[in-house]
Design a protein. Structure first.
Length: 501
């Protein structure tokens, strides 16, 4: 067409088309990946691989490194949102076990990752300081945990609110916090010929300033929440806080994502404001910045140093990444008095990796600690852990341990129980339950009304009756003294005077 200068337009405004392609391909591949049961961020990475220099070459970062800049904004917003989502009450609720599990779950991956990296990076003899830092960084990558896959698997099994489920969720929160701190320490040492004392002082100064600003921001947001709850001002001030803390962190040689995460942690203390800010931040992050960050990982992957030794290193690192979490977190749970099987379940639940590992690895590429050709190894680790975690978790539960599907209405969904456990004196408080009857081929029974415990085969405080739904649940009857019948009713249940429906 006459009058259209394609070459000049692409040279000056080609980045607009590149952004459009990244967003489109990230969404399409993200939906495909999600249907396959993998984290959606892998779709954006695949989109970057296809659009980048390795395949089609349609998207190449410009000389002014626009996509690197947008990716940096994206990762800051991701960590800020992660800080807001962090619920410190979960850690307090689970107590010491979550702390012990987290510490063991960080020490083992970092240590074993260091050993594997050292074996492929010149060995242990005459190891330089730079090599030691690089080897440690691979361990830091392995320390990162993403339990979204585990949470979904535990939900499906009905075990999310169990002792194991609570431990995994609480330990994962602490894991993120400790992982960010270790990352900041390692990157601080890489910032030049700095001593341990200098790094410690920088952290101390940053901690003091962050604490002082955090207190000021806390009271400011408390006043703002009371005066202008759920207005546009709150997310704007939240973003101001996010980028200000990121800048201050970099000022002291600490990774900017550390400041963003701490800013999010401060905001997480405000239930209404944090939820509102998180929704607004997530919209921007989900629609624009996050896809560009993860696609940029794919675009920047290089195969220049790809050889046979890299393949062997990748196999070893993926294997150690999977096993180290099982051993470390499982040992931590065992030390805290968990049974052998529950300890194994905790270890498997902490095995999955996700976007945090990618963020840490990309930071290593940006700082020159690892080569971009190693990124496929991290992607394989994420894929492998995403596949194996739910499979292994299900294998650790016998059929008799699993809970029946909740037939009750959504408003009355509570953790299910098993009649056999209940008759053994298992204490419960519930309403309108679906439970199993092991004496009648495990057919589901529906229990109507509240009760507090079973004693000697009888429900202590209520008179209730059971009926067997054939395919779909039906309404259930109640009697003052339910008698045994062919439909599986429970005998001799005493009525409670203070019975309330």
């Amino acid at each position: 067409m006459s009058g259209i200068n394609w070459a000049a337009t692409m040279s000056e405004y080609g980045y607009l088309l590149s952004i459009a392609l990244i967003l489109l391909f990230s969404k399409v591949f993200g939906l495909i990946i999600r249907r396959l049961g993998f984290p959606q961020v892998l779709g954006a990475i695949i989109a970057g691989l296809i659009l980048g220099p390795l395949c089609l070459g349609w998207v190449v970062d410009t000389e002014n490194q626009l996509f690197k800049f947008l990716a940096e904004i994206g990762v800051i917003m991701i960590l800020f949102s992660a800080g807001i989502e962090t619920n410190l009450k979960d850690i307090k609720k689970n107590g010491i076990p979550s702390i012990v599990i987290t510490i063991c779950g960080v020490v083992f991956p970092v240590g074993l990752g260091f050993i594997v990296a050292a074996c492929f990076n010149g060995g242990f003899v005459n190891m330089t300081g730079q090599q030691a830092l690089q080897n440690t960084f691979y361990g830091v990558i392995l320390a990162a945990t993403s339990v979204s896959i585990s949470v979904e698997a535990l939900k499906e099994l009905g075990k999310l609110k169990s002792k194991v489920g609570n431990s995994i969720v609480a330990a994962a929160i602490l894991d993120d916090i400790i992982g960010i701190i270790i990352l900041a320490v390692v990157l601080s040492f890489h910032s030049g010929d700095v001593s341990v004392g200098t790094v410690f002082l920088n952290f101390l100064y940053f901690a003091l300033i962050a604490t002082a600003l955090g207190v000021i921001c806390y009271f400011f947001f408390k006043w703002l929440e009371k005066k202008n709850n759920h207005t546009r001002r709150i997310p704007i001030f939240g973003l101001v806080m996010c980028f200000a803390f990121s800048f201050i962190a970099e000022l002291f040689g600490i990774a900017d994502i550390t400041g963003a995460y701490i800013a999010g942690l401060i905001l997480s203390g405000f239930k209404n404001s944090s939820e509102y800010v998180e929704r607004k931040i997530d919209i921007n992050s989900y629609m624009f910045f996050s896809p560009i960050f993860f696609a940029y990982i794919g675009i920047s992957i290089s195969t220049e140093n790809f050889d046979l030794s890299l393949i062997w290193f990748g196999i070893a690192l993926v294997a150690v990444g999977l096993v180290s979490k099982i051993i470390g977190c499982g040992l931590g749970a065992r030390v805290c008095g968990y049974s052998n099987m529950d300890s194994l379940r905790v270890g498997i639940g902490m095995m999955s990796r996700g976007e945090v590992a990618l963020i840490v690895a990309q930071k290593g590429v940006d700082y020159g600690l690892i080569d971009s050709s190693y990124m496929p190894v991290i992607i394989i680790l994420i894929v492998a852990s995403s596949i194996l975690t739910p499979i292994f978790l299900k294998l650790t539960y016998r059929k008799s341990d699993l809970l029946v599907p909740p037939y009750e209405s959504q408003s009355n969904i509570v953790d299910n129980i098993n009649v056999r456990d209940a008759l053994d004196g298992f204490p419960i408080i519930t309403r309108k339950k679906v439970i199993n009857n092991p004496q009648n081929n495990n057919k589901p029974l529906k229990l109507h009304e509240d009760y507090s415990s079973f004693k000697n085969g009888k429900i202590a405080d209520k008179s209730v009756s059971f009926k067997e739904p054939l395919n779909q649940p039906s309404e259930f009857s109640q009697s003052d003294n339910a008698q045994s019948s062919d439909n599986g009713s429970v005998k001799g249940l005493n009525s409670d005077k203070n019975d309330t429906k």
